[in-house]
Unconditional design. Structure first.
Lengths: 493, 493
């Protein structure tokens, strides 16, 4: 039996080359049971005419399908669905019934709502995206990344790509982190003091699980990264929040009996404050005197374009009290999901055992690609390119904020990728953000960063990591105009 | 100042092309501060002669270094270290002190020893690797995988690659799983009933966290996948073990008050038993009658080369009581770390919230690559190729085991990738495995699969997923010889 050419339609919404789409169309028909073994495909000429593509494209697609044993070629008589082609399942699939389970009871431990992510997935379609923590297409070095990924996909690296590492990491990547990245933060570490993680999020989570329990007291900054608060809430430990000031976390304000402090000394999240050296030393002294540990989230240290970054807290730590969290999310891209923990070997051993149970290891291909990207120097080149661009954007942003007389509540001394803003009294920045979306402007309302049930609502974060420099002045002007309108409204009420 | 050509040495142990290694050598020298801005590199001709490579290779490396702004080119006068080149850190890195922390006290929750992985990382160098669950270079379709990975790295997919998905998954991949993979297991599911995970391990872990707590009773098979026992031990729930028979888990043996049953009906791990339909239905009836849930680990269902696989337990589930765990680790490769959970929406919602806290989402590039690989039909082609090879290996293995009169304790009715073996009484298969390593033979001792403190020691697993068919007879002969020797020794004692 011949399959009619009329049954074929190219999915216009599909992606990929024409050839790939033809392969996909034929393979799907076979997999769904529409075409059966032994049936004859339309000739490449007929198919090409029908689809309006060149004949060679169809021939190439057919040849690929033969290689995958979907089709067989019988010389001049044409292409047939292979006798070895996969068969559709013998039983009909059925939709699971809604069920008889009482899920409010069946859930043993609730984790919702968890972190509340309300950033729009289509942020790139906004004209003025002051959005935080996303990759900028215009800065990222896709070509070299692709080359490194391709190298890591080669047969030479087959094992690195495919193997079950169990609880281990890619030795090449660990080597580059210890030899290249950590020394820049003033840290020397052995390989048994480093653990790769699924981003900084996973590193913070592992730290919380290993160091805390229901009797231990964790201290976090207020405001702070909301996902960290969720991590600690789910960890079911005691939790205290400490308000930060212009220098970040004040050690004197830590409550008695603190077991673990989570802090962001390089760029306090979200206020961007940098902790001065004297305060870092005071914090370490207090940790030693009161026998607590410190988890240092050093995200974004690479973005120090205003002056050289100060040494990390960990590099000042004489007593093995600091667990260091690093990440490639800000410097490469967040979808990579790769970060690392640095700490004393007994801690890393526990975190590694937990990671093995939870997920085994970060994917081999991701690890090897980053290892190549680092070793070839592309990483450093990218950081410098990003630093130059951020520096320029920051200057323009600072000038625009000043021109419109907007209040900056916090900026990074060394750089960073965002400023922390304060709206006039009475303005709810969640409403401001909603209003600005209609103008194509994305800002991040600040309430979610605060621990209080009724948090301050007048703060917001303006990131310059994804917005082109030329659009910053208009974007800020739109924010200023909206703020003026809202202030007027609140007065008129 | 000129940099002497004598200071350059190609690292002979390094990987990558000659050009890449030259780039790396120069970049490292700059990053470590050995070469300073303004210093002149040796001419490409001198460098080429010194290193014994072609001049064009050096020129290409220099050109790349200029593109990354490590070097600048000053026309005929040559290449110089760029004024914008990155600087080494201003402070010296220091090794963290051993410290003053009492780590036996500081660990809030211990996770070691956790899963005990004692498989050799260099298994591929063994001549007779009856090793389980690793990718076979000779079967895996690297070319098409590489093409799909490359497509997923294109600018068209920039967002899919780089974006922070927060708690979401790649819609393309979820779509293919629900439309292509699940229907083959008899399952229809909406996208809000599917969650991507970091392999089956992560899926099982998430399920345990969401469904259990200290008052709930989980039942697992005995013997079972050791990492599952670790997951449940760390979950701090009540745990009971149920001995399996030749048909897998017997529902009648489940203790009263069971809340969640973890089972492997397709191929019981490790005995390879397939649960008959009648028993599946009995298990589901009991679940409904006694109000418990079932987590079905359907790993390796694709490897059904002897006959069509029976429908999954989930497809028979009328009451929404089954959580289904799928994985690409066996069909693609374990280093991918990609699996999925299918279950009622209220369960998936909780698992998604927990995943967001623990790691956010599996890397975007991995998800998109698998989506392409599935959509182009390569996945099905690979499964068939693997199935044919496994079928052939299984026939040869069965014959060899019979010829040497070795005792098979369990085999998969539908296929699988391993057989479960029983050594003569008195043989400790851990000693057998150690002895066989010297002969280049890798087997997996069975004791770790059992829950008992003093587990049976005479079982072992023989996998045929990574051993070439031609080596199976000799490998089995070596095992038979070692068993005969050990039996003789145990008699002589």
């Amino acid at each position: 039996m011949s399959i009619s050419v009329e049954t074929f339609f190219l999915d216009t919404a599909a992606e990929g080359t024409l050839q790939a789409r033809i392969q996909q169309m034929v393979a799907q028909g076979i997999l769904k049971g529409r075409f059966r073994p032994g049936e004859r495909l339309p000739s490449s000429r007929r198919m090409a005419t029908h689809l309006g593509v060149s004949r060679i494209t169809v021939t190439l697609a057919y040849t690929e399908l033969v290689a995958d044993d979907y089709l067989t070629s019988r010389g001049r008589s044409g292409y047939y669905v292979s006798e070895n082609a996969p068969e559709p399942p013998a039983f009909a699939a059925q939709r699971a019934a809604t069920g008889t389970v009482d899920w409010t009871r069946a859930i043993g431990r609730p984790f919702t709502p968890g972190v509340n992510f309300d950033k729009p997935a289509d942020w790139a379609s906004y004209r003025y995206p002051f959005i935080y923590g996303q990759a900028d297409k215009t800065l990222f070095d896709s070509t070299n990344w692709r080359l490194c990924a391709l190298q890591a996909l080669g047969m030479r690296d087959f094992t690195a790509l495919t193997a079950d590492y169990y609880d281990r990491d890619d030795p090449k990547l660990v080597d580059f982190i210890t030899r290249q990245i950590l020394p820049r933060r003033g840290i020397l570490a052995h390989e048994d003091e480093v653990l790769l993680t699924m981003g900084a999020q996973n590193a913070l989570w592992l730290s919380a699980q290993v160091l805390l329990n229901s009797r231990r007291l964790a201290a976090i900054e207020d405001p702070c990264y909301p996902a960290l608060r969720t991590i600690l809430t789910q960890a079911r430990c005691q939790l205290s929040t400490v308000s930060v000031d212009a220098d970040g976390l004040p050690p004197d304000a830590l409550p008695d009996g603190t077991d673990v402090v989570f802090t962001t000394p390089s760029h306090q999240c979200p206020t961007a404050a940098t902790m001065p050296i004297a305060r870092r030393k005071a914090l370490l002294q207090k940790a030693e005197a009161e026998d607590f540990l410190i988890v240092e989230d050093d995200y974004e240290f690479e973005m120090s374009f205003l002056k050289s970054p100060s040494p990390s807290l960990k590099s000042l730590d004489q007593n093995g009290r600091v667990i260091y969290v690093g990440s490639f999310s800000k410097s490469l891209f967040p979808g990579l999901r790769l970060g690392y923990l640095v700490g004393p070997a007994p801690f890393i051993r526990e975190a590694r055992a937990l990671r093995a149970t939870v997920l085994r290891h970060p994917p081999g291909h991701i690890q090897r690609t980053v290892a190549y990207y680092l070793s070839l120097g592309h990483y450093d080149a990218l950081i410098r390119r990003m630093g130059r661009a951020y520096h320029e954007r920051r200057k323009v942003l600072d000038a625009a904020l000043k021109a419109h007389d907007l209040t900056v509540a916090g900026v990074g001394t060394y750089g960073g990728s965002a400023v922390w803003m304060k709206a006039p009294p009475g303005v709810d920045t969640a409403l401001l953000a909603a209003r600005l979306r209609a103008d194509g402007v994305l800002i991040e309302p600040g309430a979610a960063f605060f621990a209080a049930e009724d948090p301050p609502r007048q703060y917001f974060r303006l990131a310059y990591s994804s917005i082109p420099v030329a659009r910053i002045p208009t974007g800020v002007a739109l924010i200023a105009a909206a703020l003026k309108e809202m202030a007027g409204e609140s007065i008129s009420i």
